[in-house]
Ligand binder design. Structure first.
Ligand code: HSE
Length: 426
């Protein structure tokens, strides 16, 4: 049986799980791959810490990335270092040296996936671990659903934020408490801001969109909002009207435009995606032939992500790899990104106002002036006497109308804090 030599750059939570599973499930993995894998070297910043993390499994460790990149005998480089620019340089050099690349780095791929595909010129690049942790969604879109036009994707793509929202919704925990738990459980990024502000989910949505639509968009091109502003008032409104709040990545195909957005979303408690809780990820795909199919599983954590990394290793060993982003020829499509202000949705609006006659009238007037129709309304007492919490949902409107209405609310002396809005999906 032939042997593939591997270098791993970054032996943290995921890297150490890759090393452990390759040892633990060795004969199964070799039987599937038709090859044996030899871990030639791991590159880490802190060798002592990595040894501790690896427990009994010993692999040669170094702190110099070139010990992997310049080693002629290494066939596959697994990049788990994180970050964007340095990781991109490593990925580029790996391919230029003729080595296969496996990366879990969604932030880097969000910017450089199309360049890497060009540089690779057929050298395999595996990135199953970059989206959805252990869920094999990359292969599903590239291969399993290959005959379908993808009409829509609705996805929970960040385990940390889903964990936080679930804890807030089900256990009334505070945002800070839930975040600190997610960090202790190893779900969060080194910089958890990216989990919370929607950029981690945004990077993953962009990767999925390239596989589904062949579209090359960057994080700056799409609407991305995080979960930082969500409060217990929003959770209360959600419960009262049969919703949950989820950080959703949404892709919707219109005739010649594509809507891509990531934001907190009110969605029915009865929907499949609404039932995805805790650190789990869920991806609903609507294809023109297959209809809706749903993919569910652990979206973060060492073992689950390592499972995807090793699936790439098996594919590389089998030598049956396809082009990185799943199109042998670029698809001739006139699909362009829909302008943000034209995106249509239903909305929830939270306002804290003075509790006095006429206030609601002014608010309703502004909504009416902007063509926004109210669907449901809830007024709650505020802890501060004299202040009212006004919670609305609307019928379908557009981003530009809502933005204008929010601006007008802010200019009212009776509106006490910045208005907050969450989009609603049916
Ligand atoms: N921090 C990510 C998450 C890990 O919470 O989903 C997987 O990308």
């Amino acid at each position: 049986m032939r042997t593939l030599n591997i270098g791993i750059i970054g032996v943290g939570v995921v890297g150490s799980a890759v090393v452990r599973i390759l040892e633990q499930n060795k004969s199964l993995i070799s039987a599937r791959a038709g090859a044996e894998f030899c871990l030639k070297r791991g590159v880490v910043r802190d060798i002592a810490k990595a040894k501790e993390r690896l427990g009994g499994v010993a692999i040669p460790l170094s702190s110099d990335i070139d010990d992997v990149l310049e080693d002629e005998s290494i066939d596959v480089v697994i990049e788990l270092m994180g970050g964007i620019e340095q990781a991109y340089q490593v990925a580029k050099k790996t391919l230029q040296k003729g080595k296969a690349l496996i990366t879990a780095n969604k932030a880097m791929l969000a910017y450089h996936r199309f360049e890497l595909e060009q540089i690779a010129r057929g050298i395999p690049i595996g990135f199953e671990a970059s989206v959805g942790g252990g869920i094999p969604i990359i292969r599903t879109l590239k291969d399993g659903l290959g005959s379908n036009h993808i009409l829509a994707l609705r996805a929970i793509l960040n385990g940390t934020s889903n964990y936080i929202l679930t804890q807030m919704f089900e256990h009334n925990k505070s945002f800070a408490q839930a975040l600190s738990e997610a960090q202790n459980l190893g779900y969060a990024e080194a910089d958890p801001t990216l989990d919370i502000n929607g950029y981690d989910a945004g990077a993953k949505l962009l990767i999925l969109a390239s596989l589904a639509y062949g579209i090359n968009a960057l994080p700056e091109d799409i609407l991305i909002e995080g979960i930082e502003g969500i409060t217990s008032d929003d959770m209360e409104f959600a419960k009262e009207f049969g919703y949950v709040i989820k950080l959703l990545g949404i892709a919707k195909r219109h005739e010649d435009t594509l809507e891509l957005r990531v934001h907190p979303t009110l969605i029915s408690q009865d929907s499949m995606i609404g039932k995805v809780s805790g650190v789990m990820n869920g991806i609903s795909v609507l294809g023109d032939c297959v209809g809706e199919s749903m993919y569910y599983g652990a979206g973060a954590g060492g073992e689950a992500t390592a499972s995807s990394v090793i699936s790439d290793l098996i594919e590389i060993a089998r030598d049956t790899h396809s082009s990185m982003l799943g199109f042998s020829e670029s698809i001739q499509t006139s699909l362009t990104l829909k302008a943000r202000e034209e995106i249509a949705s239903k909305y929830y609006i939270r306002l804290y106002t003075q509790d006095k006659p006429g206030v609601l009238g002014h608010i309703a007037q502004i909504l009416g002036d902007n063509g926004i129709s109210i669907k449901a309304f809830l007024q709650k007492e505020h802890e501060d006497r004299g202040t009212a919490k006004l919670l609305f949902s609307t019928h379908t409107s557009t981003e530009s109308s809502i933005a204008n209405a929010l601006k007008a609310f802010e200019s009212l002396p009776s509106v006490l804090t910045k208005p907050y809005t969450i989009r609603i999906e049916d």
